[in-house]
Design a protein around this ligand. Structure first.
Ligand code: 13P
Length: 329
């Protein structure tokens, strides 16, 4: 199996390692030639997990056409909001029957589209050619070959199975699922709930309310999913509850950490300066809120995270709003 991993960020780099350890031939595309060259010459990505040696069957290039040439799998691992521009540039170079695999856990701003929808639209491929890999997959744990499971979601089960085989290792156990909408939505909304969890953590709130954030966060994710046509049971699985629990409870995740800064009273800009990244949920919360409004779905936690991030609302005020919200019978 020949794979192109388009993106040399945190998850892209770890996923390339998993693919290679499962026996695939992997070419990573890095935006900067200096990173591609470092991977080629030292077998390590200096930006992400430099301590981790990449197997010999991983190479890298900054030329998208040579990464994509002859690929059976094209793994898309760029940041969610840059997918459309990147894929527009690459679309003509994607081999005719390649499976496109999305690792991204975001919703596009402005269009409120899921990443697989952006792929179908931009690459002009049939939806059955797009698979989504998601689940509780915290990158630093996987670099250390800590055991983990994931979901490969695709409407074409034979493609899902081919991706599953390409990424199965003794420490990585992928399942298949045909509910692309549910799997993808769970991955995107959990980032927003993890921001809320991080905020609650640095406000030194107790376990009762943090468990409530996870549980009610899952409830609002499921409500939106059902409105979009997902199977509600998907949200009880790895891509829903699994990823939500891992991302909230691990102090290593970017979304929870970013939330912790916000909960200490830092503004969005100050939190960005402190972390040197923008957590995926910070942008996606706007698109998810818009998607919920468009479908008449109530997402009170997402709503308050959006207000804290983008409207400068004090987390204490957001908490009071959530606590005094009218409950429904
Ligand atoms: P972040 O580190 O971006 O918060 O996400 C972790 C994750 O998606 C685990 O599955």
């Amino acid at each position: 199996m020949r794979t192109a991993v388009m993106g040399a960020g945190s998850w892209g780099s770890v996923f390339a390692k998993i693919l290679a350890e499962a026996g695939g031939e992997v070419t990573m595309w890095a935006r900067r030639e200096s990173i591609a060259e470092a991977i080629r010459t030292t077998g390590r990505n200096p930006d992400y997990f430099p301590e981790a040696a990449l197997p010999r069957n991983v190479t890298a290039t900054s030329d998208p056409a040579s990464a994509l040439a002859g690929a059976d799998l094209v793994v898309l691992a760029v940041t969610s909001q840059t997918l459309r521009a990147n894929l527009t540039a690459w679309a003509g170079q994607i081999p005719a029957d390649a499976t496109l695999v999305s690792l991204m856990k975001g919703i596009e701003l402005g269009t409120t589209k899921r990443m697989s929808e952006v792929i179908v639209e931009t690459a002009g491929v049939d939806p059955s050619r797009v698979a989504v890999v998601t689940g509780p997959n915290i990158a630093p744990e996987l670099v250390a070959r800590q055991p983990a499971a994931a979901v490969v979601a695709c409407t074409d089960l034979s493609r899902a199975t081919a991706v599953q085989e390409a990424i199965t290792t003794p420490y990585f156990r992928p399942y298949t699922n045909d509910d692309v909408i549910g799997c993808e939505l769970g991955g995107a909304v959990k980032n927003v709930i993890a921001l809320a969890y991080g905020i609650a953590t640095s406000m030194e709130l107790g376990e009762n309310i943090k468990a409530t954030l996870i549980t009610r966060g899952l409830a609002e994710t499921t409500r939106l999913g059902v409105a979009l046509g997902a199977d509600p049971l998907t949200f009880a699985g790895l891509s829903g509850l699994g990823d939500l629990v891992a991302t909230c409870c691990s102090p290593l995740t970017r979304n929870r950490t970013f939330g912790e800064h916000l909960g200490r009273g830092l503004s969005l800009e100050q939190a960005q300066a402190a972390t040197r990244y923008t957590a995926e949920g910070v942008k996606s919360c706007l698109a998810i809120r818009d998607l919920a409004h468009a479908h008449g779905v109530e997402m009170p936690i997402t709503e308050q995270v959006e207000r804290i991030c983008h409207e400068g609302v004090d987390p204490k005020v957001a908490l009071a709003t959530l606590m005094s919200r009218q409950t429904k019978p």
